[in-house]
Design a protein around this ligand. Structure first.
Ligand code: ADP
Length: 476
């Protein structure tokens, strides 16, 4: 199996896609399935790991009228094999730069991957593509590589986020990837006047999946189908919803090297110490002597998807409660400015860390009491799963993977691992936050909830087993 993706942890990570692609080969290996990853040799990776890589081959790939250098490098990491496509012109800048150049970068990557397959030191039978950046590969397998070694490949497309589709003019695709004019029809790749790369993957892949059961249902309807619901419905039983898992080894409060103190369900004292150290690290006021104060954490991309508009709407009401708030994230300028301003207005009680900081994220997951994630939509979401793994109670909107993983607290039965609300409405979220705070102040309820959250297991083993079953349906 060859897994093609734009990002993969720990090499480069923008979002949950990287976590999943990083963990999948490791956990498939435990099941006796060999999976290797192929990805761009982004500048950050070249700087850090190039001297550990072995050169496999190089050749020129044709990209329309251009002829471009392709270097293929190989590296073993954590018992798995990774291939990297080297080209400094395409991968010397940001991972996702947007616009037409991003389309060209990944058209190049697509061609490079397809052309290098016969030269690799193993022969995959399945090509597992991820999101629009690699979604043209199934189309190329079926329309341009028949007769070649690649023609026997079965293809799978995983949709990590339907919102991003890779829409370009047909002239662009024809020029770069030699996509035949006969394919530029609604039956294949044409979509509302453009070629749509994600649609190409949905139409041409042998199987398609998304990253949670609820999201796989939601995207088959017009409200959340991002105008691809009809195409998705047409794939019927070929569309699976496989819940992402968490790499429990990489996220473990008992061993996490980013934490100043370790803890477990049996001994939670360390969690309080991590919280105190976190408040100090970020310059937030501790609770007055002999008292407590709940910390609400947030980690994620600052985009409309993450429900930031709801937070903007009622932040003042949230801050009227006895709380500390920590937000780590970057994204849309409007949201970044809002949080910078909020930090000024609530000095010592609210910290906005604008940027990307992996180590700090670990301390926020561990040192917070509650974790807010009120997404507008959420294909799976890893942050809420990580929060629970650290005994931090998620407050989420009931959508996609959030609905599949967070079970709301039931004060009558003592069941539940967090809090949730149904509608995309700021005051409904506020009520839910207030209820979560009220519950947190009840020490008996808090203890049960924290134990329930820590007992929640969304480890990668189940996810890998489900992928194994999914691959088996291909008969490869
Ligand atoms: P998405 O893939 O939509 O961004 P997920 O919840 O699936 O959302 O995954 C996000 C991942 O990226 C999590 O592991 C989260 O901790 C991490 N992350 C997001 N923003 C930041 C940030 N600013 N700093 C550190 N880690 C971040």
């Amino acid at each position: 199996m060859l897994i093609a993706a734009a990002e993969c942890a720990p090499f480069v990570k923008v979002g949950g896609l990287a976590d999943v692609v990083g963990a999948l080969p490791k956990y498939l290996k435990k099941l006796g399935i060999e999976a290797r990853v192929i990805m761009p040799l982004h500048r950050q990776i070249k700087e850090k790991y190039f001297d550990q890589m072995q050169h496999i081959c190089d050749f020129q790939a044709s990209l329309g009228w251009r002829s471009q250098y392709v270097g293929v490098e190989r590296m073993e990491f954590d018992g798995c094999v990774f291939y990297f496509i080297d080209n400094e012109f395409y991968f010397g800048g940001p991972i996702y730069c947007g616009g037409e150049f991003e389309g060209e970068q990944y058209a190049f990557f697509t061609r490079a991957v397809m052309d290098c397959i016969p030269q690799l030191d193993f022969q995959p039978r399945i090509l597992h593509c991820n999101d629009w950046h690699t979604a043209m590969m199934p189309l190329l397998v079926k329309t341009q590589y028949q007769g070649g070694m690649q023609s026997g490949l079965k293809t799978v497309l995983t949709i990590h986020n339907l919102k991003f589709q890779g829409q370009f003019s047909h002239e662009f695709d024809r020029d770069l990837l030699r996509v035949d004019d006969s394919l530029a029809t609604p039956q294949f790749i044409e979509h509302y006047g453009c070629d749509n790369m994600l649609k190409a993957g949905i139409v041409f892949a042998d199987k398609v999946n998304t990253v949670s059961p609820t999201y796989s249902q939601e995207i088959c309807g017009p409200a959340m189908g991002e105008r691809l619901d009809g195409v998705l419905r047409s794939r019927g039983g070929d569309l699976w919803g496989i819940l992402n898992g968490l790499d429990n080894d990489a996220w473990d409060p008992r061993t996490d090297p980013e934490l100043p103190v370790h803890y477990s369900a049996e001994n939670l004292e360390g969690k309080a110490q991590v919280k105190a150290a976190l408040l100090e690290e970020l310059g937030l006021a501790p609770a007055p002597e002999g008292e407590e104060v709940p910390v609400i954490g947030m980690v994620g991309r600052l985009t409309p998807q993450k429900g930031i508009d709801l937070v903007k709407r009622v932040l003042d009401e949230i801050m009227a409660e006895n709380v500390r708030v920590i937000m780590l994230g970057s994204g849309d300028a409007e949201y970044e400015d809002f949080f910078r301003d909020a930090e000024n207005r609530y000095k010592g009680r609210l910290c906005s860390y604008i940027g990307y900081n992996g180590p700090l994220s670990h301390r926020i997951y561990a040192g917070s009491d509650l974790f807010l994630m009120p997404s507008l939509f959420e294909p799976c979401g890893l942050s809420q799963i990580i929060a629970m793994r650290y005994g931090t109670l998620p407050i989420v909107r009931e959508t996609g993977g959030l609905k599949d993983t967070v079970h709301p607290w039931n004060e009558f039965t003592g069941e539940g691992n967090g809090f949730s609300f149904a509608n995309y409405n700021a005051h409904e979220m506020l009520d839910c936050i207030r209820y979560a705070l009220y519950t947190w102040w009840n020490k008996d309820a808090r203890e049960i909830l924290v134990k329930n959250a820590l007992a929640t297991d969304y480890g990668f083993d189940l996810c890998a087993r489900t992928y194994a079953e999914f691959y088996r349906t291909l008969g490869a």
